[in-house]
Design a protein around this ligand. Structure first.
Ligand SMILES: Nc1ncnc2c1ncn2[C@@H]1O[C@H](COP(=O)(O)OP(=O)(O)OP(=O)(O)O)[C@@H](O)[C@H]1O
Length: 370
């Protein structure tokens, strides 16, 4: 794991003869996502200069969520392992020795350390206001949100529709030092393409017919705070280079004006589209994708969130009808469903059920209409 491309290449070359399954990550967030996806990882070689997280934060997360993985820190200048003062495992010492010597010929073919468990405990990770659910994927999302919120790093929230991406974006702002400054939302899918540029960047007087006076755009309105670009996958290609310039350089040019105005805006983007696919189809700029995806937070679909349906059902029942409970049979009925619309769909089902329940003080299985 290293943000340094040439260092990763060098290491890949040196480890290639071992025929290990090698996976590379450019940032702490990407590494955590890959570890979640591939439970076979045994060893993580870490460049301690991470582009997104402090090494201690990253190591703490890996220790908490993947206790079986051995994290070995590297010196990227020398290419040697920094085997710390705590006693290293025999594997770490051997790898250190071999990398130090610049030869890997006698390394064991497989890493000797295997991951054992994947922590699913509900303890340790603080949650986020307004968000219910303590499944492992949600704890992972909460932890990433807490870690990144304090910085100005751009965040990309992904996940199916209704998984809570808006809530995460709001949380990033609300627990950041920018919380008292504006949180401006732009739904890129909801504003017609012809109006989006003026809406985002503003315009100078006379920029187009009807521009009777100058106006600042929503980017400007977010100065000092956070701009939430929702449905970023729908951002027209024609506007993407201008957005990239704003995200990279903090510069905004109003329509019909040559002045470059500087703004201090943190960007959070969200999408339910697979941006890498859009990049392949040339519908989304690759450079913008990489710039936005500095710190990705992926929200799992509800069907992958273990027991969260129970907690969410009780939460929404209380919200719509304080004092009402949900019977175990009703909960069982909820678990038979796949939830393609995710939490939004569950919320709607419980809202309807609380009406169907009438004057009863509980929501029964018969009230659950799927
Ligand atoms: N973990 C959660 N706890 C409580 N409510 C939630 C949670 N996740 C989502 N919701 C609720 O579900 C609804 C949909 O959430 P949200 O709008 O954040 O989803 P989204 O992923 O942004 O969807 P879309 O892609 O369609 O914009 C909202 O009413 C939100 O308050």
């Amino acid at each position: 794991m290293s943000g340094n491309t040439s260092f990763r290449e060098e290491l890949r070359g040196r480890l290639a003869p071992l025929r290990w399954n090698l996976t590379e990550a450019k940032s702490g967030a990407e590494a955590l996502d890959l570890l979640h996806a591939d439970k076979e990882t045994g060893v993580l070689l870490l460049d301690p200069v991470l582009p997104d997280l402090l090494p201690a934060e990253f190591c703490g997360l890996v220790r908490q969520q993947f206790p079986g993985i051995e994290v070995l820190t590297m010196n990227t200048t020398t290419g040697h392992l920094l085997v710390g003062s705590t006693s290293p495992t025999p594997f770490a010492s051997r790898l250190a020795e071999l990398l130090y010597q610049g030869t890997t010929s006698s390394l064991p073919v497989k890493p000797v350390v295997k991951p054992t468990t994947y922590v699913r405990s509900s303890t340790g990770t603080p949650g986020l206001r307004g968000m219910v659910g303590s499944s492992a994927p949600m704890q992972h999302a909460y932890a990433l949100t807490h870690m990144v919120a304090a910085r100005d790093t751009t965040v990309l929230v992904t996940g199916e529709s209704g998984t809570g991406k808006d809530l995460i974006a709001q949380a990033v702002h609300m627990i950041s030092p920018r919380q008292k400054a504006p949180f401006i939302v732009v739904n890129c899918a909801a504003i017609p393409e012809a109006l989006l540029e003026a809406e985002l960047f503003g315009y100078a007087k006379g920029a187009f017919t009807g521009a009777m006076q100058s106006r600042i755009g929503r980017i400007h309105a977010a100065h000092g705070g956070t701009l939430f670009l929702d449905e970023i996958g729908d951002m027209p290609l024609s506007l993407q280079s201008k957005i990239l310039r704003f995200v990279e350089q903090g510069e905004v040019q109003r329509l019909g004006s040559n002045d470059n105005l500087r703004v201090d805006v943190r960007v959070v983007a969200a999408t339910n589209a697979e941006l890498p696919n859009l990049v392949k189809q040339k519908l989304f700029r690759e450079d913008l994708y990489y710039r936005l995806a500095v710190f990705p937070i992926r929200l799992a679909p509800l069907r992958e969130r273990e027991n969260d349906v129970t907690a969410l059902a009780h939460f929404f029942a209380t919200k719509f009808c304080p004092g009402v409970t949900v019977t175990p049979e009703a909960i069982e009925a909820l678990y038979k469903h796949d939830w393609p619309g995710n939490v939004r769909e569950l919320r709607n089902v419980i809202e309807r059920a609380s009406i169907m329940a009438g004057t009863a003080r509980e929501i029964a299985a018969k009230d659950i209409l799927l």
